[in-house]
Design a protein around this ligand. Structure first.
Ligand code: NAD
Length: 431
């Protein structure tokens, strides 16, 4: 489906290189390094699935549990035709740091199924979800490892998985999964939490940079769950979003949708499918300029928000970023390679790293767990208010370290997170 993933960016090697760099800065001992640079447990399995036409297709599923010293593993489950075990490993590692940086009592895990839901009926997707849980039901659960939605999975997928888990175990277990629909154990605000969380941190960064958000413009990669709500929150804060991009399933390529005076999210939503794909012809009729997919990166804007997939800002394209850009806020996981990091740092562009910027999703999942455990559900404003204060204090802790030690923001976030995880491992007597 995607053309932008290349061998040059092995995501797990990137996650390990990021860790090694900060392990050196923290002068971590060998045992801690060995434990934390690889996952605790990994599962790779077949999901035989009856298709609507009566045939059987065998899909491959993965679940990786990186570390659970601070609490049960937590992390999304994605459906993607180019999913790999290495990508899932990297995403599980990043989940451990993410939960630690926002200081919630959870570890890191991630899962995926190699499949393209564009070409699967709802019934076929339901059977994949149930097949995944049948393979993993003994190795997951509220006190072990808790999944959530991610790329191309939604609240509906979570509910099918929950139903299968509860059927296998013969009891209700709402804590098995988060991102459930509101009314069936889900939390208000969860759908918008990741994108809104990105913008809570952008708001703080703008204040640090001495910029008035209402006078800024921004360009976004992706137009799925994270990007849509980030665009909405940014526009509500007074900013001008000028570009979004997405994968076009029919043309099998990516396009960027640009309008200098600002894009209108309410105009774009009705012409966007459930996978975050925008109808190109309809957008052109509305006056959007339709450009090659990578044009989101070289827009003349103040803020860039990669919110699609990993490995998107590389040493090959980082120099195309306009001199006007002051901030990159990573809505996606792992969008920037270490070589690009070096050049971004050198150019003095501020960065809000993924483990901080997109932590709103898992933070709200944690709130969903808290509400489920007490069986008392909060109003949306209460959820988003608590989310804002958690994201803001995590941002402040990282930016303080950036300022006081002159660090690159990714290193600062990792130092906070790795230190917390190492302490938990030490306190448990693992290392
Ligand atoms: P999604 O499936 O809802 O949307 C993905 C979007 O990216 C779609 O608009 C798709 O068309 C677009 N896209 C795919 N490939 C592209 C490419 N090469 N160029 C441009 N656009 C492309 O996914 P999502 O839930 O919004 O997740 C996006 C990113 O955010 C992922 O890295 C995910 O791991 C991360 N993330 C998601 C959550 C969450 O709560 N959903 C939480 C934290 C992090």
């Amino acid at each position: 489906m995607l053309t932008t993933k290349t061998k040059a960016a092995n995501t797990f090697e990137i996650a390990q290189a990021q860790f090694d760099r900060v392990a050196d800065m923290l002068d971590l001992e060998q045992g801690a390094r060995e434990l934390l640079r690889s996952p605790l447990r990994e599962f790779s399995f077949a999901i035989p699935t009856k298709m609507d036409d009566g045939s059987v297709r065998v899909f491959r599923g993965f679940r990786v549990q990186h570390n659970d010293a601070r609490g049960p593993c937590k992390g999304g489950l994605r459906f993607h035709p180019m999913e790999t075990l290495d990508t899932v490993r990297a995403l599980a590692v990043w989940m451990t740091w993410k939960c630690a940086v926002v200081d919630i009592p959870l570890g890191g895990g991630k899962g995926g199924v190699i499949c393209d839901p564009h070409g699967l009926s709802a019934g076929e997707q339901e059977r994949i979800c149930r097949g995944f849980v049948r393979q993993m039901a003994r190795h997951m659960g509220p006190e072990i490892d808790v999944p959530a939605p991610d790329v191309m999975t939604s609240a509906q997928h979570m509910l099918w998985m929950l139903d299968e888990f509860e059927t296998i175990h013969g009891r209700r277990a709402p804590g098995f999964i988060t991102g459930k629909p509101v009314g069936v154990g889900g939390s208000k605000g969860r759908t918008e939490a990741t994108g809104f969380g990105v913008m809570y941190t952008v708001r703080e960064a703008m204040a640090d940079l001495g910029l008035d958000i209402a006078k800024t413009s921004a360009s976004f990669q992706g137009f799925g769950n994270v990007s849509q709500y980030a665009v909405r929150a940014y526009a509500q804060m007074g900013g001008t979003p000028v570009c979004v991009s997405c994968w076009d399933q029919r043309e099998q390529t990516t396009f960027a949708f640009y309008r200098k005076q600002g894009i209108d999210i309410d105009q774009l939503m009705p012409i966007t499918d459930r996978f975050g794909g925008i109808d190109r012809a309809a957008a052109e009729k509305m006056g959007y300029e339709v450009l090659p997919g990578d044009a989101w990166l070289d827009r003349d804007v103040d803020i860039l928000v990669p919110a699609a997939l990993e490995g998107q800002i590389t040493e090959d394209n980082v120099l195309r970023i306009s001199d006007r850009v002051r901030l990159i806020a990573e809505g996606a996981n792992g969008p920037t390679t270490p070589e690009a990091d070096r050049l971004i740092h050198e150019r003095g562009i501020a960065l809000i790293p993924d483990v901080l910027a997109n932590a709103g999703g898992v933070t709200c999942s944690y709130f969903e767990q808290v509400q489920g455990n007490t069986n008392y559900y909060w109003e949306r404003d209460e959820v988003l208010g608590k989310l804002d204060s958690k994201m803001t204090s995590a941002y402040r802790a990282v930016s303080e370290l950036v300022r006081s030690r002159g660090l690159y923001a990714r290193d600062a976030a990792y130092m906070i997170a790795i230190d917390r995880v190492v302490r938990a491992c030490r306190d448990r007597g693992w290392i």
